[in-house]
Design a binder for this molecule. Structure first.
Ligand code: ADP
Ligand code: MG
Length: 569
């Protein structure tokens, strides 16, 4: 999708591989890197010859020969203070990610022949705020504004066409990548995707299968791993990776052990035996995700396999046995998340009207305010009162009414926190809003506080003094950033739209006006049928719940179309 601001690219910033795409003419187009590949290794290294930083395959090759010159798998530590030695530099995982993002942006610019500065990035569903914030920071360093972060399983479900099918369903996304296993239980209801439970193994992925296969090969050839030179080890690793991929398709394949003139024929069956301890470890995350979601395996409607390592038949068979159902395979499972992120980028670029119909996220943590509670006769301060609770479908707008601590208190300071702890001191302070002019008298039901939270991580806190109707509002970034002016204006427009009575929205007013004209034209059963659809639509809007009124809207629209064109209703 293009606009004056340029295209929005979709990025899968993976643990071992990353990809980038753009939504064009109604479809996802993944964009190749300089080697004409759709997957770029998430590797960064220092090139001693040129003194420059390299990203991707060249970087991965450098690290293989000298691990002190670069870094791999740093996504695991994004948002932490850990420093990686990259030649003469000390870099954080956030800085390393910025190099990868910059390289992907360059690839996109080359393919699209124009500058790119907006993106959607996918992140694991279990990423907490500091990791999400670090991802945004990395993008900013790479010159990219993050329009939205999307959860990886949500992206996978979008790419799989889950939302378009719009049936209700509960499904599992099983993502086995190069270095991690992420399992997520999701629910689709009325076009809304919700994360119900997540679990994972941060140290289990395709690379471990490669290592197990290498150990098997060395054992078969009676070669001690230590006896190989560094160069031979690197070559062996590359050949074993190839062997692993061949065994995903053929019953057996050959491996020439480097440095020795030994050719081994290894069967898939033999490899599966070597993989057995790794396969055993797939069960625990599946069980904990199901338990977290309160769902039994037999209640799953579908199991979606994502990630390059799910190409292995033994993984497919093991998942099938674990969950007692055949899983759904993806054509290119390592590209599924990138496709979903790109689809989402396309949706972002489209008409804002789409936004409230395709809601694809839930609040990952609760947001609320500090209150004092009366316990017996004692007033206990510093308690957390959640307003938007964890798991709330976003965007959302929620209100609560509070009193003052003292009867004649003139000022109220609202302190806004994020977290789950009962004591605010254990949660994260996002900001404060000071309300002056509180009228004297009654201490109960003094102020209504409304939290409006959109998908970009910006929270609007608004207070309304019930007696004087005096309003006061402030925008807070959930990661505690200071918002830029343009960002503030855009967020304000979106939030106003969210809070606006749906009946006031131009698109809905136009729909009702159109229905009114038709109603005047019709008589009898037709008029009654249209009148019912109009009444349902008005009632649905009064609920101010997007997923309720978008359903009623669809009914009314098709009724109008029917009566205008005379087709079956
Ligand atoms: P991530 O998203 O974690 O970066 P990917 O989804 O790109 O990871 O998956 C990478 C892993 O998939 C690697 O370990 C790679 O060896 C493995 N892989 C890719 N293709 C195949 C295949 N045909 N057979 C077996 N493993 C494969
Ligand atoms: Mg991936």
């Amino acid at each position: 999708m293009d606009s004056a601001l340029g295209p929005i690219i979709g990025i899968d910033l993976g643990t071992t591989h990353s990809s980038v795409g753009v939504f064009e003419s109604g479809t996802v187009r993944l964009l190749p890197n300089v080697h004409d590949e759709l997957l770029t290794p998430s590797a960064v290294a220092f090139d001693q010859a040129s003194g420059r930083m390299l990203v991707g395959r060249a970087a991965k090759d450098i690290v293989a020969l000298d691990p002190t010159l670069g870094a791999l798998c740093f996504k695991r530590r994004i948002g932490s203070a850990h420093a990686y030695a990259v030649g003469p530099h000390q870099l954080s995982a956030t800085e390393l990610s910025a190099y990868v993002l910059d390289s992907l942006r360059g690839d996109a610019e080359r393919a699209l022949r124009r500058s790119v500065n907006r993106c959607v990035i996918s992140v694991p569903a279990y990423f907490a705020e500091p990791q999400r914030m670090a991802t945004r920071q990395a993008a900013a360093v790479a010159g990219l504004v993050v329009e939205r972060l999307i959860n990886e399983p949500t992206a996978a479900a979008l790419a799989h066409g889950m939302v378009a099918r719009s049936a209700e369903s509960t499904f599992m996304v099983f993502d086995l990548g190069g270095g991690t296993l992420d399992v997520c239980i999701m629910e689709l209801f009325d076009g809304v995707l919700q994360v119900k439970g997540v679990a994972g193994e941060s140290q289990l992925g395709g690379e471990d299968f490669t290592a197990a296969l290498a150990a098997l090969a060395l054992g078969r050839a009676h070669i001690a791993a230590e006896s190989l030179s560094l160069k031979e080890t690197v070559t062996l690793h590359r050949r074993v990776e190839l062997l692993k991929r061949k065994l995903s398709r053929w019953p057996s394949a050959e491996l020439v052990v480097p440095g020795r003139e030994v050719t081994l024929v290894i069967s898939a069956e033999e490899a599966d035996t070597a993989y057995a301890p790794l396969l055993e470890r797939l069960a625990t995350p599946c069980r904990s995700a199901l338990r977290g979601a309160g769902v039994a395996a037999r209640d799953l409607n579908e199991v979606l396999l994502v990630g390059g390592a799910t190409r292995m038949p033994c993984v497919q068979r093991h998942v099938r046995r674990l969950l007692d159902r055949p899983p759904t395979l993806q054509a290119d499972p390592e590209l599924t998340v990138a496709r979903g992120a790109t689809l989402h980028a396309g949706m972002c670029a489209m008409d804002a009207a789409l936004e409230d119909r395709v809601i694809t996220d839930v609040a990952s943590h609760s947001l609320g305010v500090q209150v004092a509670q009366l316990i017996g006769t004692r007033l206990v301060s510093g308690r957390f009162f959640p307003i938007v609770e964890r798991g709330t479908v976003l965007p959302a707008s929620r209100s609560e009414v509070f009193g003052t601590v003292e009867r004649n208190q003139h000022t109220i300071v609202l302190r806004v926190f994020e977290g789950e702890a009962r004591e605010v001191k254990d949660n994260v302070l996002l900001g404060e809003l000071s309300i002056d002019g509180v009228p004297p008298g009654n201490a109960r039901n003094v102020v209504e506080v409304t939290f409006t939270y959109d998908l970009s991580g910006i929270l609007e806190v608004q207070s309304r003094l019930l007696e004087t109707e005096q309003l006061c509002a402030k925008l807070l970034a959930r990661d505690g950033r200071t918002l830029q002016r343009q960002e503030l204006e855009q967020a304000q427009a979106r939030i106003t739209q969210l809070k606006m009575d749906p009946a006031e929205r131009p698109a809905y007013r136009e729909l009702l006006a159109r229905a009114n004209v038709l109603w005047a034209d019709l008589v009898g059963d037709d008029r009654r049928a249209l009148g019912d659809a109009m009444r349902d639509f008005e009632a649905a809007m009064a609920t101010r719940t997007p997923r309720v009124f978008s359903a009623a809207e669809a009914v009314l629209r098709s009724a109008c179309e029917h009566f205008e064109t005379g087709e079956r209703w």
